[in-house]
Design a protein around this ligand. Structure first.
Ligand code: CP
Ligand code: NVA
Length: 300
C-alpha cells in the first residue's frame, strides 16, 4: 500500500521517531557524502500554490544530495491553474515521477490528490498542518535534550492556533509530551486535533502560565499566508503574546526557542529572544533538509 505523509498521524510514534533519528544520522553522514544514492534517479514533483523559501530549497537540495531530482510546479505555469482535476494530475504524476510534495491551502485537496495517487504524497504545508516542519522541530528538540521519556516533557506554543500549532498538537498526541498553548480567544487551534490529543494539550489565555517550566518554546507569525486582510485585527488580538526575555524566564533554564520561520521581530518574538542564546532557529531550519531526506527515504 502506498504510504503518504499528509498528517503526523499517518505515521506511528515509532515511525515518526525513526525518521527523526534517521534525520540525525543523515546529517552526520552528509559530511562524508554518505547519503548520496538514497534517491538515485528518483524524481520528486513539488506543487506550490503558496510562497516558500525553506520548504522548496530543502526538498530540492535533499533530492539532489541523494542522487535524485526535483521539479517545481505552480498553478500559473502548469495546467493546475487551468482547471485540470487534481485526481487527473495525480494519475499522470504516478506514471512519471516517484513522489509528490504539495504546499497549498487545502488539506482536503491534498487528501483527494493522494487518493488518486499510486506514489507517496507529502504535505509541505496546508491551511491545517505543517507536518514536515514538525519532523525538523522534533529533531531539533532531540538534538538538544535527547530522546528518553516523552511523557515527562513539555512544550509551549505562544500565539496563533494555526497550521503549525495544529502540527504541534499532533506531535504531542503521537509522542505523549504535554503541550501548553497560550492563544487569544477566537484564535484557537482546530478542535479535531485537540480532541484527539486529549489531556496532552491544554489552552490558556495567559502566556506566562503556558511557559511554566517547559523545555521547548515555539511560536509563529500572527498572520499566516492567505490571512493578510486580517493582519490589523490580528496585531490587536495578539498584543501581549510576544515571546520576549521576560516570558522566556518562565520556562526551564535549559529551554530552547523554536520558530518555523519566516519570523517578524518585535511582533510574535523579540529580537533579543530570536537572536539570543536560547534560540536554535537556524539549526531548526537546517534540519528541514535532513528530516525530509529521512522522510523521502522512508516513503520511497
Ligand atoms: N518554515 C517554512 O515552511 O518555511 P517556508 O515557508 O520558507 O518554506
Ligand atoms: N503559519 C505560517 C507558516 C509558514 C511556514 C503560514 O501558514 O503562513
Amino acid at each position: 500500500m502506498t504510504r503518504h505523509y499528509l498528517d503526523e498521524h499517518d505515521l506511528s510514534a515509532q515511525e515518526f521517531l525513526h525518521i527523526v533519528q534517521r534525520g540525525i544520522e543523515l546529517k552526520a553522514l552528509r559530511a562524508h557524502d554518505g547519503d548520496a544514492m538514497l534517491a538515485y534517479r528518483r524524481t520528486l514533483a513539488m506543487i506550490f500554490t503558496k510562497a516558500s523559501t525553506r520548504t522548496r530549497v530543502s526538498f530540492e537540495t535533499g533530492m539532489a544530495q541523494m542522487g535524485g531530482h526535483a521539479i517545481m510546479l505552480d498553478p500559473q505555469r502548469s495546467q493546475l491553474g487551468r482547471g485540470e482535476p487534481l485526481s487527473d494530475t495525480a494519475r499522470v504524476f504516478s506514471q512519471m515521477v516517484d513522489v509528490v510534495m504539495i504546499r497549498n491551502d487545502s488539506q482536503a485537496d491534498q487528501v483527494e490528490f493522494a487518493a488518486a495517487s499510486s506514489i507517496p504524497v507529502i504535505n509541505g504545508l496546508s491551511e491545517r498542518l505543517h507536518p514536515c516542519q514538525m519532523l525538523a522541530d522534533i529533531q531539533t528538540w532531540v538534538e538538544h535534550h535527547g530522546t528518553g521519556d516523552w511523557s515527562q516533557r513539555s512544550a509551549a506554543w505562544i500565539g496563533d492556533g494555526n497550521n503549525v500549532c495544529n502540527s504541534w498538537i499532533n506531535a504531542a498526541a503521537l509522542l505523549g509530551f504535554q503541550l501548553r498553548i497560550a492563544c487569544p480567544e477566537g484564535y484557537e487551534p482546530d478542535s479535531e486535533y485537540l480532541d484527539r490529543a486529549g489531556d496532552r494539550v491544554f489552552i490558556t489565555r495567559d502566556p506566562a502560565e503556558a511557559m511554566h517550566g517547559v523545555q521547548c518554546v515555539s511560536t509563529d507569525v500572527w498572520t499566516s499566508m492567505g490571512q493578510e486582510d486580517e493582519s490589523r485585527a490580528r496585531e490587536t488580538a495578539f498584543a501581549g503574546y510576544q515571546v520576549d526575555t521576560a516570558l522566556m524566564q518562565k520556562a526551564d533554564p535549559q529551554a530552547i526557542f523554536l520558530h518555523c520561520l519566516p519570523a517578524h521581530r518585535a511582533e510574535e518574538v523579540s529580537a533579543e529572544v530570536i537572536d539570543g542564546s536560547a534560540s536554535v532557529v537556524w539549526q531548526q531550519a537546517g534540519n528541514r533538509l535532513h528530516a525530509q531526506k529521512a522522510l523521502l527515504e522512508f516513503l520511497l
